[in-house]
Design a protein around this ligand. Sequence first.
Ligand code: TRP
Length: 89
Amino acid sequence: MDSEAGDHIPEGGSGRYIVVKALEDGVTIMGLTRGRDTRSHHSERLDAGEVMVAQFTELTAAIKIRGKAEIFTDVGRVDSETASRHPVG
Ligand code: TRP
């Protein structure tokens, strides 16, 4: 099956896209490495209204989004919330 976990992902990208629309200034998108280690290999900063269209690749297995954004993927749409800059405690 095409969507089965473990399918080969070509170096150029998986062919599926995710879209992130920043709803505030300073939203960050971090690319996390595929494989045994999970580390951030790239980060992108978006300001309100900016949109990023991206693919998962051989290098990138996951992304982390910090800040308020709309996120569109194959599995649906989700909103991230403003990251708290004033942790309780
Ligand atoms: N290096 C991890 C991997 O290739 C990256 C990863 C994928 C991940 N999905 C995750 C890390 C979910 C934390 C949670 O599997």
